[in-house]
Design a protein around this ligand. Structure first.
Ligand SMILES: [Zn+2]
Length: 285
């Protein structure tokens, strides 16, 4: 871990993407995960992007999520560097978010009507970390992640635009659902589901849409979510290490058949979980 961070720092003389040092504008797709590294050992930094503030400490990675529905365009990334709590330096770069073409799918009308931002509320309710815990996970954020299943087969991609037809006054009306905010993975009922990274279980409860759901907080604003589960193998507040079996998969909640809906949120942004895993070192192909 230490070695990885040091390598990143060497590659990144200032706040920037390691692979993209000479450019002032970074390219990203909707649903992307972006990583920054800080080098200076005396400073702390604050990054403002997409209307959110990210704090980071020197020597650690900063992970930013580009939401699936982030409007394509150019956004400023402002880095403020502090010495002794006094702002010393401000670097502004830009992220150019490009439109990603997501699959489109016709489906049957859902049994439940989706509620906007409901899942964010679930996280807010269930995150009961103490300041000490937050700090611990912030500082010990692991760069290593693994796939949540031993075998990965995608049955419905991240970002899929789903629409269905309803009949109003004897006329068909096409209704478009929000984009798919996770990825559906093939999993027979009872398949072991693993924690994608080190973290703390902030939710292991039953919900009407998500079914039995586990949420793991990994620090630095990163959450992984596992839905439609059968049986929990962890409880709220438990620390888990990557690869630990946290549940068995199933078909609970609003689900048309056994599968695992796996999602990653970074400070509320819904990112492509497979992009995220690849960037964080997991083998998912
Ligand atoms: Zn799904």
């Amino acid at each position: 871990m230490k070695k990885i961070l040091m390598t990143l720092c060497v590659l990144s003389p200032t706040l920037m993407f390691p692979q993209d040092q000479d450019k002032t504008a970074y390219l990203a797709l909707q649903g992307d995960t972006l990583m920054f590294a800080l080098e200076s050992h005396q400073c702390t930094g604050k990054i403002e992007v997409f209307g959110k503030t990210y704090e980071c400490t020197s020597g650690y990675r900063l992970i930013i999520g580009v939401d699936v529905a982030q409007k394509p365009g150019t956004y400023p990334v402002t880095r403020k560097v502090f010495y002794d709590n006094t702002p010393q330096e401000e670097i502004v770069r830009t992220i150019q978010v490009q439109e990603r073409h997501f699959p489109e799918k016709q489906m049957k009308p859902p049994r439940f009507s989706p509620v906007k931002n409901r899942d964010l509320e679930i996280i807010e309710i269930n995150v009961a970390l103490t300041e000490g815990e937050r700090k611990y996970f912030f500082q010990n954020f692991s760069s290593l992640f693994v796939a949540p299943l031993d075998a990965i087969t995608v049955t419905d991609e991240f970002g899929t635009k789903r629409s269905y037809t309803v009949w109003q006054k004897k006329k068909p009306v096409l209704v478009t659902s929000p984009p798919h905010r996770g990825v559906d993975l093939r999993a027979d009922s009872g398949t072991p589901v693993r924690a994608a990274g080190n973290g703390i279980v902030v939710c292991a409860s039953r919900f009407s849409l998500e079914g039995n759901m586990v949420i793991v907080y990994h620090g630095s604003g990163v959450y992984s979510l596992y839905m439609h589960l059968k049986e929990f193998k962890v409880h709220h507040g438990e620390s888990v290490s990557l690869g630990k079996i946290i549940a068995l998969s199933d078909n609970t909640g609003a689900s048309a058949g056994p599968h695992l809906h796996f999602a990653v949120k970074i400070k509320g942004a819904n990112v492509d979980p497979l992009y995220f895993l690849r960037k964080l070192g997991a083998k998912v192909d």
